[in-house]
Design a protein around this ligand. Sequence first.
Ligand SMILES: Nc1nc2c(ncn2[C@@H]2O[C@H](COP(=O)(O)OP(=O)(O)OP(=O)(O)O)[C@@H](O)[C@H]2O)c(=O)[nH]1
Ligand SMILES: [Mg+2]
Length: 168
Amino acid sequence: MPIQKLAWKFLVIGSKGSGKSSFISFMVYGEMAPGIPRSMIKKTVTREIDGKRYSVDILFQEADEDAGKVMGTATGMIVIIDLTNPESLGFAEKVIARAYEMNKINVYIVGNKTDLKYEAQIWKEDLEKLSKRFGSKFYMVSCKDGTGFDGILDDMVDKIISRNVLRK
Ligand SMILES: Nc1nc2c(ncn2[C@@H]2O[C@H](COP(=O)(O)OP(=O)(O)OP(=O)(O)O)[C@@H](O)[C@H]2O)c(=O)[nH]1
Ligand SMILES: [Mg+2]
């Protein structure tokens, strides 16, 4: 079966301490490795859709400001919201609105730290609202206990392939 090779950059963006590094680490290594360098980390995802195989090299890049500058070249954007930090939601709203203006369509919202139930300041309903407003899918995860990570990256990749690649 022929295989189509793709290379994408995923921007992982969110307010300070929202869990960007932890999220990337969990995606790539399957655990929350403390102190991973704020550099670009790559993961290859292989998918089969409609009888075609795709191998996608995803480069994760972390960002917490100057969103517009870094957004330009990103294929996908993962916006991390710290559920225990109200400012995190405001930051996310600003970033998503900016992405929307730039016609970025592959934007995903991730509510992180679901393990800290008793400290939550932002709830699923808040993310639902944001998700509906901008048409971006949302996920709830904990980088600490690994909740919500099953199939999340495959799901994002499949969406982009069916939206951008199959349509051409
Ligand atoms: N309880 C809990 N703590 C988390 C979770 N995810 C991240 N943390 C903690 O939150 C803090 C910040 O996590 P990072 O992954 O460094 O967040 P970041 O967004 O990369 O931070 P900056 O790069 O400094 O902006 C760390 O102390 C993590 O251990 C989670 O799901 N649950
Ligand atoms: Mg970080």
